[in-house]
Design a protein around this ligand. Structure first.
Ligand SMILES: C[S@@+](CC[C@H](N)C(=O)[O-])C[C@H]1O[C@@H](n2cnc3c(N)ncnc32)[C@H](O)[C@@H]1O
Length: 414
């Protein structure tokens, strides 16, 4: 959507088209037949381009609920802008932390370089900061401004269309930058920082100009690229690692942090990211640490919490003698080791009547869905199969979620 299309959507006719499109989507008409929905809007007197823009917007708003809750229905999105936008729970946490730091320093302004549709900029404004935001894409900048107005935050939000490199940083209190990380041509995810926009050299150099800088980076970022004195925080939401946040200069309070958000609860683990957990045998309970713990290299710190050890120095499964409830990982009881070769594994699972199998793996080149098909499971029992390496040896561990009742029929407890 371009700036003109956004302006049309925000006009009285656009608002009416959005309301009619929302009613159609509510009734399920677009999912069943998008063409019929567009025809219905045109029949109601809306111009074809307005009808189509309104329908697209309403569908995006629905999708955006997962990130923004009810606010989504007042906001404007492009498909790419929504995909790249920070979900509200994460943006609000970041804004609160930055806001608290700036308040302690007696200042309250942040400059957002590449604001997209404005999810972070809005969170900063909501936290009380005055936000100056730019985006090189005119439509993104217009949407960020429109979203500020729609959510009643416009008085704290000044959005311009500009290249981040053109912004004068000589008098700013803090900088936030969330570079675009996609190949705009094909929409693929990019993990190579050399292809970031603004470019990586610009992004990583920001803290030289403004020490109080926060960067949002892809969770796959290599630790070697993180500036030495900065704090790197990996954030997961309901099991998915969504980003790495780099807190530069005075904002850094720990070398590495894993933040695990589950529903409304937030749990944090900190450490150096340089400690290796002790290695021992496979023990009765296996913990699969949350992705934020693994990415932040805090598996050793996690092992201490559950009094655990690794079975292989390079594999992030943690073993312990006792189960534990922890937000930082899932706990399984190891029932027995099964043979790894496919035929023997298939036969072992058949014998145990396992028809439903969750497959988890680390350190072995197995494609779980393909393996599940090849296993031709049958039976009424369910279990978890953990495929891993134990001191270089491929190992298959039959497990169940710790705390479950009796093992599936045919399973032998060790
Ligand atoms: C990942 S998005 C930002 C998302 C935003 N933080 C949010 O949560 O909504 C990155 C944005 O940077 C913008 N961008 C890329 N290169 C830029 C540049 N050189 N100057 C300004 N903006 C740029 C893109 O247009 C894109 O909207």
């Amino acid at each position: 959507m371009d700036v003109d299309a956004l302006a049309r959507l925000r006009s009285p006719a656009g608002e009416a088209a959005l309301a009619s499109a929302a009613a159609l989507v509510e009734r399920g008409s677009t999912a069943a037949d998008p063409l019929a929905a567009a025809t219905a809007l045109r029949a109601a007197g809306f111009a074809p381009d307005l009808a189509s823009a309104a329908l697209t917007q309403v569908v995006l708003r629905r999708r955006a609920e997962a990130k923004f809750g009810v606010d989504a229905h007042q906001m404007f999105f492009t498909r790419a802008g929504l995909e790249q936008a920070t979900r509200r729970v994460v943006a609000d946490r970041r804004a609160a932390r930055l806001g608290a730091h700036l308040a302690a320093a007696g200042v309250a302004r942040v400059t957002d370089l590449g604001c997209g549709i404005g999810a972070d900029a809005l969170a900063f404004a909501r936290s009380g900061l005055a936000v100056f935001a730019v985006d090189a894409d005119p439509a993104a900048a217009a949407m960020a401004q429109a979203n500020g107005e729609a959510l009643g935050l416009a008085d704290r939000l000044d959005v311009r269309c500009a290249d981040a490199a053109s912004v004068d940083l000589s008098d700013v209190d803090a900088v936030f930058c969330d570079p675009a990380r996609r190949d705009s041509g094909r929409g693929r995810r990019i993990f190579d920082p050399a292809t970031y926009s603004p470019p990586w050299s610009f992004v990583v150099g920001l803290a030289d100009s403004v020490p109080t800088t926060v960067l949002k980076l892809a969770p796959g970022i290599d630790h070697s690229l993180i500036p030495a004195a900065a704090e790197a925080e990996w954030v997961s939401v309901d099991g998915d690692v969504v980003e790495a946040t780099v807190w530069c200069g005075p904002l850094a309070t720990a070398p590495r942090r894993a933040t695990v958000v589950r529903g409304s609860a937030v749990h944090e683990l900190t450490g150096t990211g340089e400690v290796t957990a002790p290695v021992a045998r496979v023990r009765r309970y296996l913990f699969d640490p949350d992705g934020a713990v693994v990415r932040s290299h805090l598996v050793a710190e996690f092992s201490t919490i559950v009094d655990g050890t690794l079975a292989d120095p390079r594999i992030a499964y943690v073993f312990a003698d006792a189960p534990a409830r922890t937000p930082f990982g899932r706990c399984f009881e190891v029932i027995e080791e099964l043979p790894f070769p496919l035929k023997q594994l298939r036969s072992a699972l058949r014998t145990r009547g396992i028809g439903r199998l969750e497959i988890r793996k680390r350190g072995v080149a197995v494609e779980p869905d393909r393996l599940r098909r090849a296993l031709r499971l049958s039976g009424g029992a369910e279990a978890t199969l953990v495929l891993t390496r134990v001191r270089e040896r491929p190992t298959a561990l039959l497990c169940r979620i710790a705390g479950n009742s009796a093992p599936p029929p045919g399973l032998r407890a060790t």
